[in-house]
Design a protein around this ligand. Sequence first.
Ligand code: ADP
Ligand code: MG
Length: 545
Amino acid sequence: MQKGNIGVSTENIFPIIKKYLYSDHEIFLRELISNAVDASQKLKTLASVGEFKGELGDMTIRVSLDEKKKTITISDRGVGMTAEEIEKYINQLAFSGANEFLEKYKKDAHAIIGHFGLGFYSSFMVSKKVDIITRSFREDAQAVKWSCDGNTEYTIEEIKKEDRGTDIVLHIDDENQSFVDKNEISRLLKKYCRFLPVEIAFGKETEWKDGKEVETDKDNVVNEVNPLWTQKPADLKDEDYKNFYRELYPMAEDPLFNIHLNVDYPFNLTGVLYFPKIKNNIEIQKNKIQLYCNQVYVTDSVEGIVPEFLTLLHGVLDSPDIPLNVSRSYLQSDSNVKKISSHITKKVADRLEEIFKSDRKTFEEKWDDLKLFIEYGMLTDEKFYDRAAKFALLKNTEGKCFTFEEYKDIIKTNQTDKDDNLVYLYSTNKDDQFTFIEAAKNKGYDVLLMDGHFDSHFINHLEQKFEKGRFVRVDSDVVEKLVPKEEQNELKLTPEQRENLTTVFSSQIPQVGKTHFLVTFEALGENDTPVMITQQEFMRRMKEM
Ligand code: ADP
Ligand code: MG
């Protein structure tokens, strides 16, 4: 047996690992299994180029739990390591991640996010001792066992091991006994390893026999090796996307649309995003997108990676090009991340435009649900506004939908004011403003329904965007002034009659006659309402502000 010291510049990394990564202890399993996956894939690659001539055989990675010995073991049949490789990759290099961590920690403690790439050494967050039992795939390789008890000292010895590959044995320490539990391991596997590309088995499948749960000899495989987003869109049906969605969000209603992302230049990104159906238009849940790195789960907090409005979407993004071991503020300034973010925005807009063009009927049917995302996107993302202006819809009180351009044509003949502005009449509540809507319609005007979550902001935004266009709520005084002169009924009240009536009404309805309310007496046409109480648009908006 040989002894040695781990090559580390800092006096002792382990206490720091334990202390500062406390909340994320559970990632040890993800790190060790990712290593096992890497080792397995390396061997497959070697086999495919002819450098490994043996049988690949069963490549399943096995996780096992020994509740008596309080150990967790991760076994793979990948490339394995020789003693020299352990020296190089574990004793020396493995600390590069840890050193980087220390560097960061010194500068800015807040900047540390839990997903720091500590790799193999994250096993010491939960273990008092770790063994690596490994044998390289190379012919006649000597198997070795490396042991370390969480100090910078380790031992290494030659052992007997028939099969190639690596077993990592974790001797779980006293503080982390909660991991020595079948359900807990199952939970972690489901969270982090669900879509890893190599089969991972945890124990055996069970079945019920004579009222008892008994183990079968079938491996209990916990992951799906070819998740939907890694497959070719051409091979997938609408139903496949829906099924995958149901798998990810079992409680949710079926989504409205999906977008399959597949980019390999200038960065690598795959994924499937869904427009969810939002219940009651209010229960908006952010951060439902799961972020993966080569099928390894990283986080479901994608803020700073995708544009703000897309955090309302659901689905999966997978990119090895998103730097994950850095702080959020760094992420936001990273040029790659910016590129990725604007690419996703473009893809989302393209897809919506495509649906709009190819199936406008469906698009209109789903508009009420889609509207929230699109308006929010248009409000918060200039580029998205420009793209979406082609397919965003305005819906009138009769339920008809128009694009911005189409709607202009509808109102340009008779809905202009004296300054030649197009006047967009809108209602915020079809029931409350019923009489006003009817009155406007009787004059040949069209009234939009703007009763959505973001509509009041959206109206302000559109007014800035539309040249010579202004929005007027259907119950404001201006509606009256839109009437062309010649059409106005002769039967007008004299100023005196007006004054008298105002007094009568204001005695009953206190708001009338106060600064921001006016009483307008309509000509008593056949279809007209005799009296309307209105409020000036600007006064109303002031009050809302
Ligand atoms: P990283 O995975 O980022 O390289 P790790 O600290 O996780 O960093 O692992 C360090 C190195 O140890 C790996 O690059 C690999 O060479 C080696 N290694 C770790 N686990 C295994 C394994 N199960 N089989 C073969 N080699 C491994
Ligand atoms: Mg690793």
